[in-house]
Design a binder for this molecule. Structure first.
Ligand code: ATP
Ligand code: MG
Length: 571
């Protein structure tokens, strides 16, 4: 490509509301433009990078025998209704006003299961992996950080179809390894976390994460690199346990204690023995969740326990109606309404506890959960804090923000059951296909790569992702026939090879050319100027290291020079 005929609208400055480095650089280097909130146009150089990423994705998918589909973004709504996911996606799914039986697909489990039902009949047809790289549509409420959270974005989504759960384990492992190769080839440093399956259903799921301050996920990372999404993370913390206290439960006045901290200060209590009660409404019914001291509840853990995401904290009116007290005086004993009581594992069978008495301005002491609260159920609900001990390596945990790059799920039979995708097994018995689902955000790969590979001058591409292989910079080509002719010759020779050169033949200042080249970040620049040519030299610059090397061209044909460059630079 000759820059004089290309569209690479580089920018010097941006408004302050663009914060994330990768977002800034994609705009400044002329890779992408924002069309509307969460909607982006890929400009030619950016699209080159996107295609390179897709090539890696295709290559790695095909190495594990995945086969490529291309499914429509417009989907019949009834298929999505049959799995309950119109409701599960809620406002995140785009609906179409003048064609109400269609929706825009946010993912494609249903459609793949639908096609599996059509033509996959026997265990002999399986295993299979179907994948595509295609546009997804999600009505994200807060699109931000550029292409990281788009309302339209590209996803590589793969779906494994197996005749057994053992088969699913193998398919899942293959995807796991393919994901590792993909991110390694892309040159992205990542970690893997155990994750919550959310609205997808299924048993096991893991996410590929990139540590980044702009990431919207929060992870607990141990020194050894083992990590967990905070949605499911655990740490090694001693249980509250039992103390010698046979005293009867007793009410005491706490008129000024509106929070656990007030209670601790006002009565000099041990925080560990103060139990905090939260009331949630699940399908119109209240439940009480008991947490230790100031421990925080992780809502995703509650979702996993309840098997539904349809829960919300009770409002002030409901608190009073169901418990008999306002927030600050609520507890598991003497509730006005009988309700399900769930407690965090750390409180298991503990005694000597303090909690609200369900009477404004009063608390109980000496609560023994074993003795005083019948039908209590224990689960892990608490949020892990930085500095707590990791269950993986016994060392303190770091809490970091991270960007989710990819997500792999063992779906099981949720979708094949709902859509009736069945096969006959070895004994001629009908059973549902066992599915897995594996997604990667293509734009997120690009954003994460740039986050990890840039300097103050611009992007630093590696060979696999770079929009071009070599950047030829002709200095003042209008002024020198020699410069013009040699640059043109080199450019033509590179074009005749399999390489993709970008040739800055513009009649602009040397400074602009160097700045644009560093901003775009092609791995190697070849600088051709009349001063160098007087000595029969051109210059090769390594974008990453800034290292410059003179190449003598007195006794070499340009085609041979290109061959040498290919070998030397491993292009
Ligand atoms: P998030 O929690 O960030 O919303 P998700 O859990 O909804 O992600 P999945 O449904 O698992 O994401 O989608 C698979 C992959 O698609 C994600 O790992 C991510 O890389 C990408 N992805 C998801 N939503 C978006 C989006 N709005 N914009 C760009 N990429 C996205
Ligand atoms: Mg999402």
């Amino acid at each position: 490509m000759k820059l004089s005929k290309y569209y690479l609208p580089t920018l010097k400055d941006l408004s302050d509301d663009v914060q994330m480095p990768s977002h800034k650089l994609m705009l400044r280097a002329g890779l992408m433009r924002n069309l509307s909130a969460g909607i982006f146009s890929w400009l030619p150089a950016g699209w080159n990078v996107m295609k390179n990423i897709m090539e890696i994705l295709r290559d790695e998918m095909e190495q594990i025998d995945a086969i490529e589909f291309h499914l429509p973004a417009l989907n019949p709504k009834d298929i999505w209704d049959s799995t309950g996911r119109v409701e599960a996606f809620g406002d995140n799914m785009f609906h179409i006003k003048n064609r109400e039986n269609l929706v825009l697909a946010p993912t494609h489990e249903e459609i793949m299961a639908y096609h599996a039902k059509q033509h996959v009949n026997s265990y002999k047809d399986l295993p299979m992996v179907w994948y595509q790289i295609q546009s997804k549509f999600r009505n994200e409420p807060r699109p931000r950080s550029g292409v990281l959270r788009g309302r339209q974005f590209f996803m590589k989504d793969a779906y494994s179809l197996d005749s057994s759960f053992e088969g699913l384990d193998i398919s899942y492992e293959k995807q796991y390894n393919a994901y590792k190769s993909i991110f390694d080839r892309c040159g992205i440093k990542y970690f893997v976390v155990g994750a919550s399956s959310g609205a997808m259903g299924g048993s096991k799921s893991q996410e590929f994460m990139v540590e980044n301050e702009f990431g919207e996920d929060v992870c607990a990372v141990s020194e050894s690199g083992d990590a967990q999404n905070l949605e499911v993370a655990t740490s090694v913390v001693s249980k509250v346990g039992r103390i010698e206290n046979e005293d009867k439960i007793e009410e005491f006045a706490t008129p000024n204690s509106k929070s656990i901290n007030d209670l601790i200060t006002d009565f000099k209590l041990d925080e560990m023995r103060c139990a905090k009660s939260l009331i949630y409404i699940v399908e119109n019914k209240p439940i009480l969740i008991l947490m230790r001291g100031n421990d925080e509840l992780v809502e995703e853990k509650l979702t996993a326990v309840l098997g539904t995401g349809k829960h919300r904290p009770a409002d002030d009116k409901e608190l009073l109606e169901f418990t008999g007290a306002n927030a600050g005086s609520i507890g598991p004993v003497n509730l006005k309404t009988k309700m399900r009581i769930l407690a965090d594992n750390l409180l298991q069978n503990s005694n000597g506890l303090y909690a609200g008495a369900n009477k404004n301005g009063f608390h109980y002491k000496n609560i023994d959960l074993k003795r005083d609260v019948t039908d209590i159920e224990y689960f892990d609900f608490r949020k892990v804090n930085a500095g707590e001990i990791s269950p993986f390596d016994g060392k303190p945990i770091r809490i970091v923000n991270a960007i989710e790059l990819g997500h792999i799920f063992k779906l099981g039979t949720k979708y094949s059951d709902s859509l009736g995708a069945k096969i006959l097994d070895e004994n001629g018995k009908e059973k549902p296909i066992v599915m897995g689902s594996y997604g990667i955000g293509v734009e997120r790969i690009m954003a994460c790569y740039i986050e990890q590979n840039h300097d103050e001058n611009g992007i630093i591409w590696n060979g696999e992702l770079s929009p071009f292989d070599l950047h030829i910079i002709a200095l003042n080509p209008k002024k020198s026939t020699e410069v013009r002719e040699l640059s043109e010759k080199l450019y033509q020779s590179l074009c005749a090879s399999y390489l993709k050169p970008i040739y800055d033949d513009r009649d602009v200042s040397v400074g602009i050319k160097f700045k644009d080249a560093d901003l775009l970040g092609v791995p190697y620049q070849i600088v051709i100027g009349s001063k160098g040519l007087d000595k029969n030299e051109i210059e090769l610059k390594n974008r990453a290291t800034g290292e410059k090397q003179s190449i003598n061209i007195s006794d070499i044909e340009i085609d041979d020079l290109v061959e040498d460059l290919i070998l030397e630079l491993d292009l």
